[in-house]
Design a protein around this ligand. Structure first.
Ligand SMILES: [Zn+2]
Length: 448
């Protein structure tokens, strides 16, 4: 991590918070121009994709989906030595902390469209993400880590080494937040409760659904912690989840919204009136199904993002299929960034599976499946759960996909989480069924 770059970016983020809206717009125009110049010079994919549109305004450019970005990976990246085949081969043997070709961190994503994604970060791009975590997330939520004040933090996150929260966590936690602990989302609740009681974290960072589980434990008197900040992310924070956490710990919940491909997209400030879009780091467009802008106060069908700091895998009008509503009122904090007042979608429930203990059930987080399946050479997957019987369907499986290994790893992860070893069956298909909105539902639960 480059310390000078980190400090410079943090200072720039602070300044941006005092801009007027027109000043912000001017800055965005300059950044976009810089990005497009570089991308048109170095990415064969965009040279073709934007052909004849090099000078067109942003909203006239075609939209790029994860599917397009992944299937044109080799041409989209701005480094001609990087290919998806090389990256995948490397991931099979990668050791923790190692970088691809000595310079790229690899992070995988699941997202909401069913196709696992791979994102590469140079050290410069990674530093920029750290600058966001320290300078913006840390400042706004009162976590304020620094080299002199270390914060006690507990995070419930993915422990897959390729997952963003694990990578972000490892750098962030080690450097600034020691002593901290990190749980896998499939950790049995009792073990999490015991460790949290012992640590007494100042900051708790959780998936919304886990935050709700912990709030219930606090209500029941099993858990007894008094964090000053709770960060909720990776999943939709429903009103019900927020209220149960507020009942347990007070009005200290900060919702966050991020996508691995692009970093932090929106963040709640201390007025708790909604989440501000990080418009000094990217351009966000809330649009309908035909990519037409949707006014504040109305839910869009998707969000299009254009990231200023992403040069290795540039994303211009990248589609994120979350339904977002912008607030009609500005936030009382006075910052120039637009406010999201609600997000729908990306809601994955914990699975209730029969536990080893007779008659009991255990909550298993969907991440257990994402961790194992999202790095496989497949184009998508879908799981149907019927009590202790799991049916996994995978699409586009390639040669190195091995059913037996996957079965073993899934069963091991589930029993580790306290579940009774399920009966698990894996089937290969050409393509997965989509629902009416065109989305693939990863996990379906049946009650009979
Ligand atoms: Zn605000």
């Amino acid at each position: 991590m480059n310390l000078l770059q980190l400090l410079t970016e943090i200072r720039a983020m602070k300044r941006a918070e005092h801009w007027t809206r027109p000043e912000l717009k001017r800055y965005q125009a300059v950044q976009l121009q810089k990005l497009r110049q570089r991308v048109y010079a170095q990415s064969p994919f965009y040279q073709e994709f934007h052909k004849g549109l090099y000078d067109a305004p942003l909203d006239e450019l075609p939209v790029i989906t994860k599917e397009i970005a992944m299937s044109h990976f080799d041409d989209l990246v701005t480094d001609r030595n990087v290919t998806i085949a090389n990256v995948r081969r490397y991931m099979d043997h990668m050791r923790p902390g190692e970088k691809f070709q000595g310079k790229y961190r690899i992070v995988t994503t699941s997202g909401s469209t069913g196709r696992p994604g791979i994102t590469l970060f140079t050290e410069q791009e990674w530093t920029s993400i750290m600058a966001f975590l320290v300078g913006r997330l840390g400042q706004w939520t009162g976590v304020k880590p620094s080299l002199t004040h270390r914060v006690t933090m507990a995070a419930v996150a993915s422990t897959s080494p390729f997952h963003m929260s694990a990578q972000g966590g490892s750098t962030f936690l080690k450097k600034l937040l020691m002593p901290g602990i990190m749980f896998a989302a499939n950790e049995p609740t009792e073990r999490m409760v015991a460790a949290l009681n012992k640590l007494q974290p100042e900051v708790l960072s959780v998936y919304a659904s886990i935050g709700r589980l912990l709030a219930i434990e606090q209500d029941r008197g099993h858990l007894s912690i008094a964090p000053r900040t709770i960060l909720s992310g990776s999943e939709v924070l429903t009103d019900e989840m927020r209220h149960s956490m507020e009942r347990a710990w007070g009005n200290i919940i900060f919702n966050t919204y991020a996508a691995t491909e692009i970093g932090g997209i929106a963040l709640e400030c201390d007025r708790h009136e909604g989440m501000h879009l990080m418009e000094d780091r990217m351009i966000c467009e809330v649009v309908d199904a035909n990519n037409q802008p949707v006014p504040a106060g109305t839910f869009g069908d998707k969000l299009l993002v254009t990231g200023f700091f992403k040069y290795t895998q540039p994303l211009i009008r990248y589609e994120i299929s979350d339904s977002i509503r912008l607030a009609t009122k500005a936030c009382s904090c006075g910052r120039p960034f637009l406010l999201i007042d609600s997000i729908q979608g990306r809601h994955e429930e914990c699975l209730e599976l029969p536990a080893k203990k007779k008659g009991a059930t255990v909550s298993i987080h969907p991440l257990v499946f994402h961790n194992i399946l999202d790095t496989q050479p497949i184009t998508g997957w879908q799981l149907t759960v019927n009590k202790a019987t799991l049916r996994l369907v995978v699409s586009g499986a390639q040669g190195s996909f091995n059913e037996t290994t996957i079965k073993q790893r899934l069963v091991a992860a589930l029993t580790e989480g306290g579940a009774l070893a399920p009966s698990l069956e894996i089937r290969r298909v050409e393509a997965l069924p989509r629902d009416a909105s065109g989305k693939i539902t990863f996990i379906k639960t049946k009650s009979n």
